[in-house]
Structure formats: structure tokens, C-alpha cells
Write a protein that binds this ligand. Structure first.
Ligand code: SAH
Length: 395
């Protein structure tokens, strides 16, 4: 088998079961592996540390599939991983009030770069790395065996593919072509999802449990759903008894779908407002006009793309939270999120606390939130926890 030999001073993290080997940790590559091919990973002293997929173009040169001395990453192992990932979601599969969730969550399910989401009878895959791409057909075949469905669609359009030397890919992989809109149920709420044209694989499934939690606190209040996408949090809040919801997003197609999702759940648009614009600008206008809410939800896109931009991102999070706090009536609820992997939960809490100081408000932390249970993390891979949120009462 082809082999990657590590620098002695960089073996530590693989020994700690961290799945990424950066280019600087590689001392030698033996056998000229092709992109995505499995390589055995060995220490400078010749100890076998496991095996992973090789990616010649990426800074992350190897992504580990196994830390075992048995380094056969083959068809049987990959099929076994697919079956295992589906198996641990048995609880979700049995839940009648929800039919959309993540089936395979990359590194956390022992399949680096492989994401598979289930939307009712349809599956959507994202293969973000050379290794994931290498095993694509085996994975699609395994999905057909272990999770029979009407069709499997590909949305491999992640930024990371560029770094892996891969072009974007989208289209039907198996079965029937999915319709333009699929209806899903999430904790009893109904949503339309555009898996062919929507953001990511169509819906932000990682917020599923948080949408339910946050909605419980909306009772009877006026809700601002900033960065609404297709209405997720706001529609859940309306279903749970919110008096009104104001959705703000920059994307017109997202807002169109937010309207449709509102109609699907509460039959009219009387209590809903849909504002297309930049959240910073819209919230500043609300502040200047003295408009107030009982709940403010802030779920922005990733602000911190790289280590270097983390401080800039922290300022962005602080500014948006400062604005959000100013729009809350005393006793109101702030539900604020960060999906930047580089922003740790501790730093995020500090940033929101800084905003509270500047806003001169007392803020009680009611609950810490994170990505839903179908997006597990490997304990040895802290980067896997990317979504964190704070549910706060603001005085
Ligand atoms: N809360 C949503 C997911 C939000 S994803 C849910 O539960 O489904 C982030 C959203 O922010 C996207 O819909 C994107 O279109 C929007 N967005 C990005 N930058 C924005 C900006 N500056 N102003 C308003 N919306 C923005």
C-alpha cells in the first residue's frame, strides 16, 4: 500500500485520533498516490498509525478513515460506515414528527468529506474532499442498500472542493429526479425545501432542535427572525403561538419560500412581514425608529472563514448582537448563533457579553445550544462543533 511518513514532531495529533494531517506534518510520500486514494500513515519510527485518503492539492494532505493497524480502507469498510451512520440515527428515523435530518456527518461518522442529508423520500449528498469523491459510487450504492429512497441527488458545491482541486458537481446520482420543491416535516412544522437550488443541501438541518427550543419561548410575542433563510425559526415560532414574525434576509428566493412556508403552516400572511435587505442596515433602521420586539433571533452565515479573519468576525458578531439587544423589550429573548468553526463557544459567549456591556443591559443565559444530534462530533476533533448558540433573557 502507498504510504505517508510523518515528521516525528507532528505525530502527536494523529496519535490523539485527530483526523487531519496537514502538509507540514508529512515527511515523505511513497508510491505516488492519486487524489483520494487510501494511504497508510506511519510514524518516522515505522509504527502504523492508521490510514486515510490522500489529497495532493489540499493543505489537509491526508484525512484519516481509520486509526487501526488494519489499514484496509476498502469497499466493505466504506459500506460498513454508511450502515453504521444510518444505524445510529434509528431514533430519528422512528420519530414521526420529523422526516428530514443528516444521515452522514463527515468526520464524525468516520467518513471525511461525506455529507448526506435525508429529506423525506429523497437523499442529498455533498462530497467535499478528494477522498469522498473517490468513494462516491460505493457510497451511493450503499445508501441504496441501507436507506432505500426515491432518488439521490448531488450538491457538491462546497468551497472546500476548490482547495481539493475538484470542480463543483450537481445532479442526479440514482433513482428519480426530485421535484422542484419537497415538503418535509420537522417537529410538526411543515417546510418546503428546494434541494436542487436552495442553499447548502436545501435546508439548515443543523438548527432543527434549536428551532423547536427557541419557538417555545416565543409565546404571544413579536419576533424578529434575522437571517431568516426560508423562514425556519419564524415559522416554528408562529406555530408555537408568536403574535407576529418579521423575517429579514438578503436572498429573494429564500424570502419567497419563507412566504410559502408561512402559508403552509398558518394559512395566511397577516402576522408575517418579509423584508429583503442587509440585516445590519435593516436593524439599524429599526433602532433609529424605536421599533422593539419580544424576541430577536440572529443566525448569520459564517463570519470567520480563516484564522486571520477571526478578530474581524468577532467584531461583526459583537455589532450584530449589540443591535439585536437594543431592539428587545425588557424581559425579551435573544437567540443568537455562530456557525463559524473558528469561533469557540467561550469566545462567542465573551463577544455577546461585550455587546451586553455596550448595550447596558442585564443578560441572563437561559441555555447553551449547539448543532442538532444528527450532526454529532468526534470527541477528538473539536473543529466538528461549529454551531453554537445562546438563548438569553434580556432586561
Ligand atoms: N436561520 C435559517 C438559516 C440562516 S442561514 C434557518 O433556520 O433556516 C443564513 C442566511 O443569511 C441565508 O439565508 C443568507 O441568505 C442570509 N444572509 C447572508 N448575509 C446576509 C446579510 N448581510 N443580510 C441579510 N441576510 C443575509
Amino acid at each position: 500500500m502507498k504510504e505517508v511518513v510523518l515528521n516525528p514532531e507532528r505525530e502527536f495529533s494523529v496519535a490523539r485520533r485527530h483526523p487531519w494531517i496537514f502538509s507540514g506534518a508529512v515527511a515523505a510520500v511513497k508510491g505516488d498516490p492519486e487524489p483520494g486514494e487510501t494511504v497508510r500513515v506511519v510514524s518516522a519510527a515505522g509504527k502504523v498509525l492508521g490510514a486515510g485518503s490522500y489529497s495532493p492539492e489540499s493543505q489537509i494532505r491526508v484525512r484519516m478513515w481509520t486509526f487501526s493497524e488494519d489499514t484496509d480502507v476498502d469497499r466493505a469498510l466504506v459500506r460498513g460506515r454508511v450502515a453504521r451512520a444510518i444505524g445510529v440515527r434509528a431514533v430519528l428515523l422512528a420519530e414521526a414528527s420529523t422526516d428530514a435530518f443528516r444521515l452522514i456527518n463527515a468526520e464524525a461518522d468516520g467518513m471525511p468529506g461525506v455529507i448526506v442529508d435525508r429529506y423525506g423520500e429523497w437523499l442529498v449528498c455533498q462530497f467535499t474532499t478528494a477522498g469522498a469523491e473517490y468513494w462516491k459510487s460505493v457510497i451511493v450504492e450503499a445508501l441504496q442498500t441501507y436507506m432505500p429512497c426515491r432518488g439521490i441527488y448531488e450538491r457538491s458545491e462546497a468551497d472546500t472542493r476548490k482547495f481539493e482541486g475538484l470542480a463543483d458537481a450537481a445532479g442526479l446520482l440514482a433513482g428519480e429526479m426530485p421535484p422542484e420543491r419537497i415538503e418535509i416535516t420537522e417537529h410538526g412544522c411543515r417546510y418546503l425545501v428546494d434541494i436542487r437550488g436552495g442553499q447548502k443541501t436545501g435546508f439548515y438541518l443543523d438548527q432543527r432542535d434549536n428551532r423547536r427550543t427557541v419557538a417555545l419561548y416565543a409565546n404571544g410575542g413579536e419576533v424578529l427572525n434575522a437571517f431568516s433563510y426560508t423562514g425556519g425559526f419564524g415559522v416554528a415560532a408562529l406555530n408555537a403561538g408568536a403574535r407576529s414574525v418579521t423575517h429579514v434576509d438578503i436572498s429573494e428566493p429564500a424570502l419567497t419560500m419563507a412566504r410559502e412556508n408561512t402559508l403552509l403552516n398558518v394559512c395566511d400572511l397577516a402576522c408575517s412581514e418579509f423584508i429583503r435587505g442587509k440585516v445590519f442596515e435593516v436593524l439599524r433602521k429599526f433602532r433609529d425608529r424605536g421599533r422593539l420586539f419580544d424576541m430577536v433571533i440572529l443566525d448569520p452565515p459564517k463570519f470567520a472563514e480563516s484564522k486571520g479573519s477571526l478578530m474581524k468576525a468577532a467584531r461583526g458578531y459583537k455589532d450584530i448582537n449589540l443591535l439585536g439587544l437594543k431592539l428587545l423589550r425588557p424581559g425579551g429573548v435573544l437567540a443568537t448563533f455562530s456557525c463559524s468553526g473558528r469561533m469557540t463557544p467561550e469566545l462567542f459567549q465573551k463577544v455577546v457579553a461585550d455587546a451586553a456591556v455596550d448595550a447596558r443591559r442585564d443578560v441572563q443565559l437561559t441555555m447553551r445550544m449547539q448543532q442538532s444530534t444528527d450532526h454529532p462530533q468526534s470527541l477528538c476533533f473539536p473543529e466538528g462543533l461549529y454551531l453554537k448558540g445562546l438563548l438569553c433573557r434580556v432586561w
